[in-house]
Design a protein around this ligand. Structure first.
Ligand code: SAM
Length: 243
């Protein structure tokens, strides 16, 4: 299985996995208890201020960040707009990094809806939990989403309304792309939505970006593309995919 690590077990000894270390949200809660959808710190997204954090991840050679900076607030709004989140009962976020999309997601999540995030990088997971201390985060791979749904008390099949993804799919090989997409389809309910973004250039100029673009219609009934958000580093657009 082309998963970089066995996530929940990958935490360093002495440091609990983020998912276990996170305080569970209140039953039926959505993690807004303290953060109320706004993270501590500056601004709605990690933005340019997070360049140092991302560059450090890249330099450390993990090869899974796929970006030089956190996404902009404009891209976060574009991810959430029109997703129907106001009617969602369960929302999952892949690769939140330092939480560029999370504030926007939590701000629109209905009271009582369930939310959890899955982040591969322990460093970014730490920063995320500092900004969103009461929000559920699993340290692991999005490829383990069905198993993590089961850990959340769901059946791992057709149980999620919306998956928001911050994953750098254009940096992933075809196998990992396919594994994560297949498992996403597995957890989404019929009619559920997968929202992800792509950097405008990479989606057409690289083989992996083109491969990902071709993969989506094979797994979803409907795939649409949003406008390019130029105020993002690099400019990006959103894919909305309906199961
Ligand atoms: C391009 S960054 C985006 C971060 C944030 N969503 C944003 O838009 O600024 C990609 C994020 O996905 C995480 N990531 C990469 N592979 C992953 C995987 N298999 N499962 C979960 N997270 C992953 C990286 O650690 C990083 O935080």
């Amino acid at each position: 299985m082309p998963v970089q690590s066995n996530p929940v077990e990958s935490a360093k000894p002495g440091r609990p996995p983020a998912g276990e270390g996170a305080k569970p949200a209140e039953p039926g809660g959505n993690g807004k208890a303290k953060s109320k959808g706004k993270e501590k710190g500056k601004g709605a997204s990690g933005g340019v201020g997070s360049v140092g954090v991302f560059v450090k991840e890249i330099v450390l050679g993990h090869g899974t960040v796929g970006a030089i900076a956190s996404s902009s607030a404009g891209l976060a709004r574009e991810m959430v707009a029109g997703s129907g989140i106001e009617n969602a009962r369960c929302v999952v976020e892949y690769g939140p990094g330092v939480g560029a999309f999370t504030g926007e997601i939590l701000a629109h999540l209905p009271k009582g809806a369930r939310y959890f995030a899955i982040e591969l990088s322990p460093r970014l997971a730490d920063k995320f939990q500092t900004r969103f201390p009461d929000t559920r985060l699993y340290l692991g791979s999005a490829a383990d989403a069905p198993e993590l749904c089961r850990q959340e008390g769901m059946n791992g099949h057709s149980c999620v309304d919306i998956v928001f993804s911050g994953l750098p799919f254009a940096s992933f090989g075809p196998e990992l792309q396919a594994t994560i997409i297949e498992r996403t389809v597995q957890i989404l309910r019929p009619g559920g939505l997968f929202v992800t973004f792509a950097y405008a250039g990479l989606s057409v100029c690289t083989a992996k970006g083109r491969g990902f673009r071709r993969l989506l219609p094979k797994h979803f009934d409907k795939v649409s593309r949003g406008k390019v958000v130029w105020w993002n580093l690099p400019p990006a657009f959103v894919y909305r995919c309906v199961k």
